[in-house]
Design a binder for this molecule. Structure first.
Ligand code: NAD
Ligand code: APR
Length: 238
């Protein structure tokens, strides 16, 4: 069914979560085996409170995450999505991920709802730096302020431009495919519903059940994302 829907789609949009990057080696957050939030309380580490009250632990956590993101790379599935955009088959990607892997694989139309670990910004003056500063153990801006990853922390607003782009793309889509998200974080998890409400077919590819499975036209739980994308790419384009 999914292959036919992709073939007939005029406006296909893909929505990715941490499950898109586990096959690159990055742990996700909530999967039962090794999700990050199974070991750490996100509100104590990925929040503005942590940044204000616990800056050393905050920086240590994110320095380690930045090193991890720089150590690993996009996998075949990221490159297939970039190729489908190039071929005009994929309209855009809405991602909750902060690893920057879609862009590294060549995707151009990407909405990063939660920002990116590839950049840092000064908590005082807002100046942006490459996240290599964390690698070089630089944690202060030239103004003396603290450098933090340019990501959305729990309790912070999502970037307005990414949010608006995602909303427009979800409304226009006729096929909306979720890849690797538990769909448990708002407002990101509203976009599959917006697409569905505007007439799109909704497909959810996720190894565990998600909070929106009952809205989906098709749920695929028995395939890893990388494997599914390679199979579809072979059937559709070779
Ligand atoms: P995080 O651990 O920093 O938690 C912050 C997250 O909370 C935000 O990313 C956002 O998703 C969510 N959030 C905060 N406020 C929100 C709001 N108002 N509405 C909705 N969501 C809100 O998560 P992170 O920044 O995505 O990842 C941090 C690190 O975890 C990454 O650097 C990476 O090493 C690792 N990680 C990355 C990926 C990935 O990028 N593919 C996947 C899993 C884990
Ligand atoms: N194939 C299919 N599904 C997978 C794969 C895979 N290879 N790997 C993991 N999954 C599934 C897991 O079963 C899990 O349900 O991907 C899902 C990832 O869900 P979460 O770990 O909750 O990640 P995500 O939905 O992206 O989290 C949303 O919460 O803390 C924030 O910043 C974080 O942006 C993230 C947001």
């Amino acid at each position: 069914m999914l292959k036919t829907w992709i073939q007939n789609a005029k406006n296909m949009v893909v929505f990715t979560g941490a499950g898109m990057s586990t096959e690159s080696g990055l742990p996700d957050f909530r999967s039962s085996n090794n999700g990050l939030w199974r070991k750490k309380d996100p509100s104590k580490i990925a929040s503005t409170e942590a940044l204000n009250d616990n800056v050393d632990e905050f920086i240590d956590f994110y320095r380690e995450r930045v090193l991890k993101v720089k150590e690993f790379n996009p996998h075949k599935g990221h490159y297939i999505l970039a190729d489908w955009e190039e071929k005009g088959k994929l309209q855009s990607i809405i991602t909750q991920n902060v690893d920057g892997f879609h862009q590294l694989a060549g995707s151009k139309r990407v909405a990063e709802l939660h920002g990116s670990l590839q950049h840092l910004r000064c908590q005082s003056c807002g100046k942006e730096y490459d996240s290599d500063e964390y690698v070089n153990k630089e944690y202060h801006c030239s103004c003396g302020g603290i450098l933090r990853p340019n990501i959305v922390l729990f309790g912070e607003m999502l970037p307005q431009d990414a949010f608006r782009f995602a909303e427009e793309e979800a409304i226009k889509s006729d096929l909306f495919i979720v890849l690797g998200s538990s769909l448990s974080v708002t407002p990101a998890n509203q976009f599959p519903l917006i697409a569905k409400e505007h007439g799109a077919k909704l497909v959810i590819v996720n190894q565990e059940k998600t909070e929106l499975d009952h809205y989906a036209d098709q749920v695929i739980q028995d395939k890893k994302i990388g494997e599914l994308l390679q199979e579809l790419d072979k059937e559709l384009f070779s």
